[in-house]
Design a binder for this molecule. Structure first.
Ligand code: CP
Ligand code: NVA
Length: 298
């Protein structure tokens, strides 16, 4: 039984297979596509908000021939205390796969263990694997193989998105620089586990020099709202803006997983200058996740 629970420990061959298949799936969209989910019903179980992930999975599952059921976790008995392992054993007897967005990584892993159906992590506090596979697909579409390239992540370097970048960098052999205040950098345990060519710095200007891509995410992730004021103050110097990008190469890609907060992690002008890349990145969630679904079904 295959799952996509995290990029940590995921073999590079599996990532490369998904990335190659996403390219074919994108090219074939609407023109005699394969239907590997024919006759299947997949459940989306979300505890946190979502626009891109929900829509791209709902559309993608349908395009692959499946049916989809969206479940707000708070409307389920799960929200009233029914254990995850019981919920998993019920759903596992009725649906063919699950896509879960929640807080604890352990909850998605427990669901996968007890349900006996392919399970996808659609974002937890620890990782956002579908996002980073999409980002790499988007980079490669525009700049060729990511191997040996330099990706600079600017902002909250300790949240799910940069942590998935850490594991991808180690597996796919590109350089990752994380420019963040020391308290917003990935833990030494995570960095040690990943290995690879990864550096963390507070020197945002040095980090963007020579980068092939500069990337950011929100400063206040879902679930961190109580810390919002302190985070905005501490991360204020870690914005992607025109002044910073003048230090980078002229053809450096700017990417953002969205939603974007202009004037915080990125200024409005830089965001709009790179909007075509950023919204292609959002569109590519659909193609890459269809490749993930096909990989799990195969
Ligand atoms: N980037 C991303 O996962 O967006 P949503 O939160 O809208 O799904
Ligand atoms: N780090 C962000 C990603 C949103 C897609 C969050 O967890 O809210």
């Amino acid at each position: 039984m295959k799952h996509l629970l995290k990029l940590e420990g995921m073999p590079s061959a599996a990532m490369e297979e998904i990335l190659a298949s996403a390219k074919v799936i994108k090219a074939k969209r609407g023109g005699g596509e394969a239907k590997p989910l024919d006759g299947q019903t997949w459940a989306l179980i979300f505890t946190k908000s979502s626009t891109r992930t929900r829509v791209s999975f709902e559309v993608g599952i349908r395009e692959l021939g499946g049916s989809v059921m969206f479940l707000n976790a708070n409307d389920m008995q799960l929200g009233r205390g029914e254990p995850i392992k019981d919920t998993a054993r019920v759903l596992g007897r009725m649906v063919h796969g699950a896509v879960i967005r929640t807080f604890a990584q352990a909850d998605v892993e427990e669901f996968a263990e007890y349900s006996g159906i392919p399970t996808i992590n659609a974002l937890t506090d620890d990782e956002h694997p579908c996002q980073i596979l999409t980002d790499i697909f988007t980079f490669q579409e525009r700049r060729g193989p990511i191997r040996g390239k330099v990706v600079t992540y600017v902002g909250d370097g300790g949240c799910n998105v940069p942590v998935s970048w850490v594991h991808a960098a180690a597996a796919l052999d590109f350089e990752l620089r994380i420019a963040a205040p020391s308290e917003f950098q990935p833990s030494t345990e995570i960095l040690a586990k990943a290995g690879g060519n990864i550096s963390c710095t507070e020197d945002i200007r040095a980090a963007v020099k020579g980068a092939d891509m500069v990337y950011t995410d929100v400063w206040v992730s879902m679930g961190m709202e109580a810390e919002a004021e302190a985070r905005l103050a501490k991360l204020a110097g870690y914005q992607i803006n025109g002044e910073l990008m003048r230090l980078a190469k002229p053809d450096t890609l700017v990417m953002h997983c969205l939603p974007a907060y202009r004037g915080k992690e990125i200024d409005a002008e830089t965001f709009e200058a790179h909007a075509d890349t950023i919204f292609t990145q959002a569109e590519n969630r659909l193609h890459t996740q269809k490749a993930i679904l096909a990989w799990l079904a195969g």
